[in-house]
Design a protein around this ligand. Structure first.
Ligand code: HEC
Ligand code: HEC
Length: 438
């Protein structure tokens, strides 16, 4: 190493003349009491870049607290992933990944990553805002020192590059809070009417249950999906070790005694969605996503919107009793003179004796006008002509494989009807099951 280090001194001494920041002239490497940068030992101990690293960056690396990144990234990102135990390795890794701009240190990409959202008034006063400022200032000061220290600036690209613990961008993207929220809205928030209003904060049903059971039953928050997701993520209702044992599933399944009784069964839409979401949260929190191919398949399905519109199949045959029954509702496209190709609403539930009924969940392709309108206002179906396709899981396929969709094997028939789709249990849209034919 020595001969190489010596070479470096020669090169860097020549370079330092053009350096915008006035650095003290390099002192003889072993002179006692030197305080200025000592290129021969750059990145080891004596340089001020190394000192700043020691006093400001290492404490961040060693901290037990989550970094400021946690405000927007649920997992897969931490400022610690951008730090290695030595100043030199950290510098080389960041530089060689293009995260440091040596000519305009303040424009370094790592600083932009750290500072994202710093001026958001919503963040003011949060612990994470303080942390963000501290992280930003530490990195800004250190990078400036590195950029001014020729020994750092000009350190040759090592044969064996130091490796950061950062995750691929796909993984980072997947675990971002805003992405998680989108998935939460679709998978869990849209289900809230399946839980009737028992858990919806601010409704008379919930107020009553809160009096009897405490504030914990008010977990669908008045503040909306974001507040609800935040609450659930911090609660004990998600079991990251055994996601399928999460109370969010075992309570409505009735596997654990539940004040609301059995509200979902293994493999129904509610189960599928809650399970997929808790599995995803658990995998993220446990750091199970290392590469893009570890991620669950991209969700290409429609957006979902819960409603309080009830649909009933009346006088169902005895053979359907106790079986999981799914309805897919199709709207009439008057312009095309045909049924729409994709269902506009769906629902499923175990059929009762002589009838099946449930609230419907509306479906609209992401980005469509319909999805936009329902996201903005109250999601509802207009009165009109509709078609229902009915599926009955006689072979208990869903129970055996919770991911299996009901399909051609379970199809029992279809019926055309006039839908009024008024809200409320007392105003159901009713279709006689006898009209359901293949
Ligand atoms: C205020 C919210 C917020 C904070 C805080 C935040 N990020 Fe991000 N981050 C985002 C958003 C939003 C994106 C996506 C940006 C885009 O796609 O344009 C992102 C994207 C990223 C990416 C993907 C690559 C890129 O350049 O877009 C990385 C890596 C990243 N952030 C790292 C971090 C690190 C490290 C921290 C903490 C030091 C952090 N982020 C803090 C919101 C944040
Ligand atoms: C008829 C009212 C009712 C319905 C409908 C209902 N629940 Fe409950 N739920 C309760 C009551 C009462 C409790 C409190 C007693 C208990 O823990 O079982 C409770 C408790 C819970 C808890 C535990 C909360 C905690 O922090 O301890 C979870 C999770 C839960 N329910 C999930 C659901 C889900 C998911 C649905 C819908 C798919 C649902 N419930 C439907 C009444 C209901």
């Amino acid at each position: 190493m020595r001969p190489r280090a010596f070479l470096l001194v020669v090169v860097t001494a020549a370079m330092s003349t053009g350096c915008s920041r006035t650095a003290p002239a390099p002192a003889p490497a072993d002179a006692p009491g030197t305080s200025g940068p000592s290129p021969a030992r750059a990145g080891e101990d004596a340089s001020s870049a190394a000192k700043v690293f020691e006093s400001r960056i290492l404490p961040i690396f060693k901290s037990q607290d989550p970094s400021s990144c946690a405000r927007c990234h649920l997992a897969s990102v931490d400022i610690k992933d951008y730090i290695l135990p030595s100043a030199r390795d950290t510098f080389l890794a960041l530089r060689d990944q293009g995260l440091i701009d040596l000519d305009k240190p303040e424009k370094s990409k790592i600083l932009a990553l750290i500072n994202r959202g710093a001026d958001d008034p919503k963040a003011a006063g949060l612990i994470s805002a303080k942390r963000q400022k501290a992280e930003y200032e530490a990195f800004a000061a250190w990078i400036e020192e590195c950029a001014a220290d020729p020994a750092f600036r000009n350190a040759p690209k090592p044969d064996k590059a130091p490796v950061l613990a950062t995750k691929p961008v796909e993984v980072v993207r997947h675990s971002r809070n805003d992405q998680m929220l989108e998935s939460f809205e679709k998978n869990v928030w849209s289900l809230r009417f399946r839980c009737m209003n028992c858990h919806t904060e601010g409704t008379p049903q919930n107020d009553k249950l809160v009096k009897e059971n405490g504030a914990r039953v008010a977990w669908f928050k008045k503040g909306g999906p974001e507040a609800t997701m935040e609450y659930l993520l911090a609660s004990k209702l998600i079991d990251t070790e055994n996601p399928e044992k999460s109370l969010l599933l075992t309570k409505p399944l009735g596997e654990v005694k539940h004040g609301g009784g059995i509200k979902i069964v293994v493999g129904d839409q509610g189960y599928k969605q809650i399970r997929a979401w808790v599995e995803d949260v658990a995998a993220m929190k446990k750091g199970k996503y290392a590469k893009a191919t570890d991620l669950p398949p991209a969700d290409a399905g429609p957006k979902q919107f819960g409603t309080e519109a009830w649909f009933r199949l009346n006088k169902t045959p005895a053979a359907w009793n106790g079986k999981l029954l799914q309805v897919d509702v199709y709207a009439w496209d008057a312009k095309a003179g045909a049924w729409e190709k994709e269902p506009i609403a769906t629902s499923d539930r175990v059929s009762g004796d002589g009838g099946w009924q449930h609230t419907v969940t509306l479906l609209a392709a992401a980005g469509s006008d319909r999805a936009k309108a329902w996201a903005k206002g109250k999601p509802a179906l207009p009165a009109g002509k509709y078609l229902v396709k009915v599926y009955v899981d006689s072979g208990e396929k869903a129970k055996k494989d919770w991911k299996a969709p009901l399909g051609a094997d379970e199809y029992v028939g279809r019926a055309e009807f006039q839908g009024q789709w008024r809200d409320g249990y007392g105003a159901m849209t009713v279709v006689d099951a006898g009209k359901v034919v293949k």
